[in-house]
Design a protein around this ligand. Sequence first.
Ligand SMILES: Cc1cc2nc3c(=O)[nH]c(=O)nc-3n(C[C@H](O)[C@H](O)[C@H](O)COP(=O)(O)O)c2cc1C
Length: 184
Amino acid sequence: MTASSPKIGFVCGSLRQNSINQTLTKALMKKAKAAGAKASHIDLSKYEMPIFHGDLKTPSTVKKLIKRMKDCDGIIIVSPEYNGSMPPLLKNVIDWTSTVETGHISGPVYGIASCTPGPLSGVMVMRQIQFTLMRLGADLVPVQTGCGNASSAFDKAGNLTAQPASMLADKMLTQMINRIAAKR
Ligand SMILES: Cc1cc2nc3c(=O)[nH]c(=O)nc-3n(C[C@H](O)[C@H](O)[C@H](O)COP(=O)(O)O)c2cc1C
């Protein structure tokens, strides 16, 4: 890692203890570091905000989160799938921040990942996130990391070992790092 290494932030859409998406987040961060990036966790529990409605004053956490995200060259969103869609935590963060500006969406290169207990690997939520980010002007890498059957996807050290998820994660990170380099 050098001073010019790409800075990749990881946002997880689950704050649950023992969250499988937090496990995937950590595994992806390890892979990003191994690929030469500076990986950091953008922990949404540090940016608490109420459920959005239009009469509320913008909480300071919204502006802090936007600043933190704008400081990244790339952002990977790792999200659970709730009823085929985004969990309210993630949707709320996107909606709140979009009322202030969209530079934190249009600036960094974006990647999307999801982990599910069953075999379907969050394809529906990844599509939803892709759609929403694209509407806000995001530059998204094409490969997404869907990781199904979470209970057998990681080794004891938390490395992502399941295929094709591990291969997809490597491709997604390579695409992101190359895209960031091309933008510089
Ligand atoms: C409200 C709700 C809706 C869910 N809907 C889906 C779904 O559409 N697809 C799916 O694969 N899992 C679904 N699940 C199961 C989650 O994938 C599972 O609870 C997962 O562990 C949540 O992620 P986490 O462990 O990172 O918190 C749902 C869970 C909840 C609580």
